[in-house]
Write a protein that binds this ligand. Structure first.
Ligand code: ATP
Ligand code: MG
Ligand code: MG
Length: 365
C-alpha cells in the first residue's frame, strides 16, 4: 500500500483523500486545526486512513503533496531529503509569491498582464502609467478570493491603496478588459509524462469564484493555446504533481496567465461529477507516478460555489429536486464570505446545462 502525505487539511485535502482511497492509497494529513474539513471527514468516517500526524510519519510517505501554497517553510525544510514533496519547495516559493510568479511565468514564455513590482514607496512613481493608467494593486503574498487587492485608476488611489496595505510587497497589474476567464490544470509525473485537465470557463463575483462551466465557450484553438502555455510552464518549472493556470481570454482570443495554483483548483471541482477522472485523482496519480492520461468530463457540466451569506441559506430541497445536481459540503462553520461547499451539475447537452444552471444559480444565494 502506498501512502500519500498531504500538507494542509482543508476541503481540497478532504477531496484528495476521498479520491486516493479507492486507488488503494493510504493518506496522512498534516493539519493542526481539529476542525479542518479533512480531519472532520476522517472522524465522521471513523476512518483510520487520515489522521493528524507528525512530520516523522509524513517523512515515511512515498510522496508528500499539498492543498495550499502557504506551507510553512520549516515543514518543507524538515522533509528535505526524507520524502519527495511534489510540487517541489522551489515551485511553491514561486507560486505563492505574486511578483516572483509573474517573473517566472514570463521566463517560461507565458504572457501576463503588464505589471510593476512595488516593494517600496518610490516604486509607486510612474507605475500606474506603465501598466496602462488603470490597474489592480495586489499583495504579493497571502491573497486569495480577491483579498488583499484594490482597483485603482489614479496615482492618488494607488497611494491610498498602498497605504491601506501597510506597505507590504505588492504587484501593480494593468487592468485587463477580458472577454472571459478560463482555467486549465496540467499534471506532470516525476518521469516527465504530461497530461491536461479540461478547459473550464469561470465567473467570479466579488473576487470569489461563483460558477465554472465545461465546455468553455471559447474561440477555436483556445484550448490548444492554453495547453501549450501550461506545458511550457510545467516543464520550465520542473513540475511534479498538478498545477492549475488561471487565464484571461482577450476579445481577440489571446490568453494571458493571471495566476498559478500549484494544486487542484476550485474551478476543477466539476470533474468530480462529469463522468471522467477527477482533478483529485489526477493529482494523486501524478504525485505518486501512477499511470495518467488527460482527464476530461464526459458530459457538459458546471459547478456553483456555496459561499456563506449572512441570513441566507441555499434552497437545499430545490437543489436536490433539480435534475443533475450533486451537493458537496466541507463541514465548515458558517461565516459570511467563506466557501462552505459546492454543487456540481451535469446535463446531456449544453442547452440543457444552461437551463439547469440558471435554475441552480437562483437556488444558491
Ligand atoms: P484566488 O486565488 O482565489 O483565485 P486571488 O485573490 O489570488 O484569487 P486573483 O485571481 O488575482 O485573486 O483575482 C481575482 C479575480 O479578480 C480574477 O479572477 C478576476 O476576475 C479579477 N482580476 C484579477 N486581476 C485582474 C486584472 N489584472 N484585470 C481585471 N480583472 C482582474
Ligand atoms: Mg490566487
Ligand atoms: Mg485567482
Amino acid at each position: 500500500v502506498k501512502t500519500l502525505g498531504i500538507l494542509g487539511g482543508g476541503q481540497l485535502a478532504q477531496m484528495l483523500a476521498l479520491a486516493a482511497l479507492p486507488l488503494g492509497v493510504r493518506v496522512v494529513v498534516l493539519e493542526p486545526d481539529a476542525q479542518a474539513p479533512a480531519r472532520l471527514c476522517a472522524e465522521h468516517l471513523h476512518a483510520p486512513y487520515t489522521d493528524p500526524v507528525g512530520l516523522n510519519e509524513l517523512a515515511a510517505c512515498e510522496a508528500v503533496t499539498l492543498e495550499f501554497e502557504n506551507v510553512p517553510v520549516d515543514a518543507l525544510a524538515a522533509l528535505r531529503g526524507r520524502a519527495p514533496v511534489r510540487p517541489s519547495a522551489d515551485l511553491l516559493a514561486r507560486s505563492k509569491h505574486r511578483a516572483r510568479e509573474k517573473q517566472a511565468l514570463r521566463e517560461a514564455g507565458a504572457d501576463t498582464a503588464p505589471f510593476v513590482v512595488i516593494d517600496s514607496a518610490p516604486e509607486l512613481q510612474g507605475a500606474l502609467k506603465q501598466v496602462g493608467g488603470r490597474g489592480i494593486l495586489k499583495t504579493s503574498e497571502l491573497g486569495y478570493d480577491g483579498k488583499g487587492q484594490a482597483r485603482v485608476s489614479s496615482d492618488f488611489e494607488l497611494g491610498q491603496a498602498w497605504e491601506a496595505m501597510q506597505g507590504v510587497p505588492c504587484v501593480l497589474e494593468g487592468f485587463v478588459n477580458f472577454e472571459r476567464e478560463v482555467s486549465l490544470a496540467v499534471a506532470r509525473t516525476p518521469e516527465g509524462q504530461v497530461a491536461f485537465g479540461p478547459l473550464v470557463e469561470n465567473v467570479h463575483r466579488d473576487g470569489i469564484l461563483r460558477t465554472s462551466v465545461y465546455p468553455a465557450n471559447v474561440p477555436d484553438g483556445t484550448e490548444e493555446k492554453a495547453r501549450e502555455m501550461a506545458r511550457n510552464v510545467a516543464e520550465h518549472w520542473g513540475l511534479e504533481g498538478l498545477m492549475t493556470l488561471e487565464f484571461f481570454q482577450l476579445p481577440g482570443g489571446e490568453l494571458l496567465v493571471n495566476e498559478v495554483a500549484p494544486r487542484v483548483h476550485n474551478s476543477g471541482h466539476l470533474t468530480q461529477d462529469g463522468g471522467g477522472i477527477s482533478q483529485f485523482e489526477a493529482q494523486v496519480r501524478a504525485v505518486l507516478g501512477m499511470p495518467l492520461t488527460d482527464w476530461k468530463p464526459l458530459h457538459p457540466c458546471a459547478m456553483v460555489n456555496y459561499v456563506g451569506v449572512d441570513d441566507a441559506e441555499p434552497d437545499w430541497a430545490g437543489i436536490d429536486a433539480l435534475e443533475g445536481t450533486r451537493v458537496h459540503l466541507y463541514h465548515k462553520a458558517h461565516r459570511h464570505g467563506r466557501k462552505l461547499g459546492h454543487v456540481n451539475l451535469v446535463a446531456p447537452d449544453v442547452a440543457t446545462l444552461r437551463e439547469r444552471l440558471v435554475k441552480l444559480e437562483s437556488l444558491i444565494p
